[in-house]
Unconditional design. Structure first.
Lengths: 173, 691, 121
């Protein structure tokens, strides 16, 4: 999808990680897959869940929850893999984002989107494009390129929260 | 650019590369006739073909160069250093000329003239008055001709053996007809009686009256191939078209049927008669058929081989994957009777794969000429005598790897000549032969290609390196480093220990860049050096091709592929035996083999099986065992990249999709073993594997 | 029926340009990369004309022509060879070997066709 058309579309795919709701621009979404067997690659960062076969292509799958500093995804009937187009180093690659549930495709008008709060926010603002209030819920619209960039830093949480995550990860680990 | 031109440029480049190689060979063997022939032939082909595709400068330039070598092959000139230098410079110039725009540069034009002058000087230096290549295109005979065409008399009397050359005289007559209006008389009087006829001989001869708007050359042109095999007489008998003249035709008819030649004299007389008795009319000449020049229509672009190859490789990959699925299906549905067919498909796809690969793999030989030139030019420039020996030129590598190798290797060679090899005086003082030696050796080792460059030069002084490292703050003065560690310092950025940044290898391009470039092609580089004696640089490269023959194994619920090229043997072993050892060594076939328990190392759960499999693999010429749950079998794995997110880890070189759709991980056993060995403080020492 | 022409030349660029020209004229074109390769073709396929370069590896043009003339079915086949102007001696040699005619390099397609018309109809 070229840039021009992209900007005209206001559709977003919303998904859940735990109790929190997020949204990604549909231009980034290629596919939604049911949970399937993921082959784990040894000695990789924890958020790299492994790889799956997507029609002949080897697709890396990232545990989005871990990226957001939550406990690892527990598989339920609703767990899905969202296949996304991500821009990395001027290249477009595909990755799979593991999420707890996919909700719906929402039309979010540009003027309904509020800028992300800069102070006191739970998550680092580079990853959040904005926040929208839909049906009494706050949905965080994500910059998927930033969320899934190749970074050594596992967490997207702000510094104050970091000590909490390490603890929770160790508990689970 | 049109495709034919592109094709010619490719070919010409190959020819020039070959020419360069031959010239270097010629330097070593200046009297070898066969090499001289090779050089001459290459130039000749270049000359002959370049004109076809519009490269006139190359045509004329090579034409002159060729003259020198013509003299040489006729023993009228010796191969001298001057000539070789000139020819090599000429080849460089020719390569530049392949880019048609290049001649717009004044520097190129100057070079062109300069080289040509040198060439001519050499040619003229030859005192003999021999005339070479003065053949000018034959000048067409200009005769006064009437715009409306002329009538000619043509006699065509071929030798009887005319047919032996595949000539068909009737075709030649047809050609005459295409020139205008023609009346032909066939003379059969020479044909012997039936009993004496030899059907393989030609007894007929012809006379013809030809009217054409073309000049006489078009007529003589018709018979050009048979000039030596026939008596040909062409004479203009009149302006205008006598054949359109009724009187002429009538008189001609009278002469017809005569056994012997009509003869030119009779015709001329007749013509004169007609002319004097008739008023010349403006005769509208029949249009002469023109041969339509075939237009070069644009062809839909045919891709250059490199892309075709990529496509071919992709298709072969797809075929291999699909074939795996077919085999799996056949195995699971034995009743279908598909097994034998699936086996055949497997065999065929394997063969296809091998051939496709052989096309994609290129021997490094092609790169070597570049290096030979470099060594030659550089050693001459720096005033050092260097002998460059290459071994294993036929070792093959993936073309992309070769392309990425050229720069690092050039750099290593430069270093060697510039900083490694000492000048003649110093070498003699050291008791070394005057000539420095640089050896480039390429060979296979397990699943890798090794390229080793060694010189017998000054070697690396560990003291200087350490000092520099200390002064750069990389290490502290009291830190004790092993010999290896000191040498490895050379790979750090900014580490050129050259006292002056010479024009040749300075400019901040250091061994760190070399290391990085080699790492980019998943290779490794190591330095070994003995101060005073020489340096050896070893590069290890993977044969990463998109399809590898592997051993499919299972660990827990994950499938892994171990490249067959490293697999030595497989043993079954009791779980007990492995669990109980305390030093990671197991005895197999009387040998002590260190092992790694994949389940443990890859953080799977502990095994509950009684038996497991030890895959003994080659690791740097030693044997190491990798323990897996079970071996599934041989598998042709189509290697797929894991993606950028997995770039940091290198234990798994890629993934492959199995027949049932699941993903198997391809192990890089060298990296795995290295990693495990380090992390367990485990030395895979020589003592363990004394055979 | 369309005539078949066999082109023998070790230069791919020449082979391409010649076959393109001939195919445009409606001929069937077969290609061989040198004399040895050409003989393999001639062993089975029927060919109406051979166009060959002189300088080729393995088996050069002259030798090829000699071989062809010894083959029963090709004793009379028209054979054209490619030559550069400066090879007067070669021309004689080729003709002595049995060649019908020649095409001078560099040539434009029209010249090729002109030579063709003298030996093939």
């Amino acid at each position: 999808m070229n840039q021009e058309n992209l900007s005209k579309i206001n559709s977003y795919l919303s998904f859940k990680l735990g109790e929190e709701e997020f949204a990604a621009h549909v231009g980034k979404v290629l596919n939604i897959l049911e949970m399937t067997r993921i082959t784990e690659v040894p000695k990789a960062p924890e958020y790299m869940k492994g790889v799956i076969n997507l029609r002949g292509i080897v697709l890396p799958v990232i545990d989005t929850r871990i990226k957001f500093g939550m406990t690892p995804t527990e598989y339920t009937a609703n767990t899905c893999i969202i296949v996304l187009d991500i821009e990395v180093d001027n290249e477009t690659i595909q990755i799979g984002a593991l999420v707890d549930a996919v909700q719906a495709v929402l039309e979010i008008d540009k003027n309904k989107v509020l800028p992300p709060p800069s102070i006191g926010s739970k998550y680092r603002s580079e990853f959040i494009e904005g926040v929208a209030n839909i049906d009494e819920k706050f949905i965080m619209i994500l910059n998927m390129d930033a969320v899934f960039s190749i970074e050594d830093v596992a967490s997207l949480k702000t510094k104050t929260e970091e000590t909490d995550i390490t603890r929770s990860v160790e508990e689970v680990g | 650019m049109d495709n034919f031109k592109k094709k010619f440029i490719e070919e010409a480049t190959d020819l020039m590369d070959g020419l360069e190689r031959s010239l270097l060979e010629l330097e070593e063997n200046p009297n070898d006739q066969s090499i001289i022939q090779q050089v001459f032939r290459a130039m000749h082909t270049l000359k002959g073909n370049s004109g076809m595709f519009g490269f006139d400068k190359i045509d004329s330039f090579t034409h002159e160069m060729e003259t020198i070598y013509d003299l040489i092959r006729n023993d009228k000139q010796q191969v001298t250093r001057e000539i070789l230098d000139l020819t090599l410079a000429a080849v460089d110039h020719l390569k530049v000329l392949l880019d048609e725009e290049s001649f717009n540069e004044p520097s190129v034009q100057e070079n062109h003239i300069r080289l040509l002058n040198k060439v001519r000087a050499i040619i003229n230096g030859d005192k003999k008055d021999e005339k070479l290549h003065i053949e000018k295109p034959t000048q067409p005979i200009q005769s006064e001709e009437n715009d409306l065409g002329n009538t000619f008399y043509v006699l065509f009397d071929p030798v009887s053996e005319l047919f032996n050359n595949g000539t068909n005289p009737l075709f030649l007559l047809d050609e005459l007809y295409s020139l205008g209006q023609v009346k032909v008389f066939a003379h059969l009087n020479k044909i012997p009686s039936l009993d004496k006829i030899n059907p393989e001989l030609c007894y007929t001869y012809w006379e013809a009256i030809v009217y054409t708007q073309d000049n006489v050359n078009s007529i003589s042109d018709v018979f050009i191939f048979v000039e030596d095999e026939a008596t040909i007489d062409i004479q203009k008998i009149s302006g205008g078209n006598l054949l359109a003249d009724d009187l002429f035709i009538t008189e001609l008819k009278k002469l017809e049927g005569v056994q012997n030649d009509i003869g030119i004299t009779k015709i001329q007389k007749l013509a004169q008669q007609i002319q004097s008795s008739r008023v010349k009319d403006k005769i509208v000449a029949p249009g002469v058929k023109e041969r339509v020049q075939s237009k070069e229509t644009a062809i839909s672009s045919i891709r250059v081989s490199a892309d075709k190859l990529d496509m071919l490789m992709n298709l072969v990959s797809e075929l291999v994957t699909t074939q795996a699925r077919l085999t799996l299906f056949a195995e699971n549905n034995v009743e279908s009777g598909l097994m034998p067919i699936a086996e055949n498909v497997q065999k065929l796809s394997r063969q296809l794969r091998d051939i496709a690969f052989s096309i994609v793999l290129i021997p490094i030989e092609n790169m070597l000429t570049r290096f030979q030139r470099l060594v030659r030019d550089l050693s001459s420039e720096l005033g050092k005598e260097v002998v460059f020996i290459t071994e294993g030129a036929d070792t093959e590598l993936d073309k992309t790897i070769i392309e990425s190798l050229a720069d690092p290797l050039m750099h290593i060679l430069r270093n060697s000549i510039d900083h490694g090899i000492e000048d003649a005086e110093e070498r003699l003082k050291k008791g070394k032969p005057k000539q420095g030696k640089i050896n480039l050796k390429a060979f296979y080792s397990g699943a890798n290609v090794m390229i080793q460059i060694s010189d017998d030069g000054a070697g690396i002084d560990p003291e200087i390196i350490s000092q520099k490292a200390i002064s750069k703050g990389i290490i502290t003065a009291d830190r004790k480093l092993t010999h290896r560690e000191v040498l490895d310092l050379v790979f750090l950025p900014g580490f050129s220990t050259a006292k002056q940044v010479t024009d040749v290898s300075g400019r901040g391009v250091g061994m760190d860049v070399v290391k990085r470039k080699i790492a980019d092609i998943r290779g490794e580089v190591e330095i070994e050096s003995k101060f005073g004696f020489g340096t050896t640089i070893t590069i290890k490269l993977p044969l990463t091709l998109s399809i590898i023959d592997g051993l499919l194994v299972k660990v827990d619920d994950t499938h892994y592929i171990i490249p067959l090229s490293v697999v030595d043997k497989i043993y079954a072993i009791e779980h007990e035996k492995i669990a109980k050892t305390f030093n990671n060594i197991v005895v197999l076939d009387g040998k002590q083999i260190p092992f790694f328990y994949i389940r443990r190392e890859f953080e799977h759960t502990e095994s509950t099986e009684t038996y497991e499999q030890v895959i003994v693999v080659n690791f740097e010429e030693k044997s190491v065992g990798l323990i897996v749950d079970s071996v599934v079998g041989e598998y042709q794995a189509v290697l797929k990249p894991l993606g950028k997110h997995y770039k940091k880890q290198d234990m798994i070189s890629g993934a492959t999709i199995l027949g049932d759709g699941t993903v198997a991980l391809v192990m890089d056993t060298n990296k795995i073993i290295k990693l495990f060995a380090n992390h367990e403080d485990f030395k895979i020492g020589d003592e363990l594997n004394k055979e | 029926m369309a005539k078949t022409i066999l082109i023998v030349d070790d230069s791919e660029s020449i082979r391409e340009v010649v076959s393109f020209t001939l195919e445009n004229e409606g001929y069937n074109v077969l290609i061989a990369i040198d004399g040895t390769d050409a003989l393999k073709f001639l062993d089975g396929t029927h060919v109406d004309l051979i166009i060959t370069d002189l300088h080729m590896p393995n088996m050069d043009g002259i030798e090829l022509i000699r071989h062809v003339r010894k083959m029963e079915q090709y004793q009379r086949i028209p054979i054209l060879f490619l030559t550069t102007e400066s090879q007067a001696a070669k021309k004689m040699e080729a003709k002595d070997a049995g060649a019908t005619g020649w095409i001078i390099k560099p040539f434009v397609p029209a010249k090729l066709i002109a030579a063709l018309n003298k030996v093939l109809r």
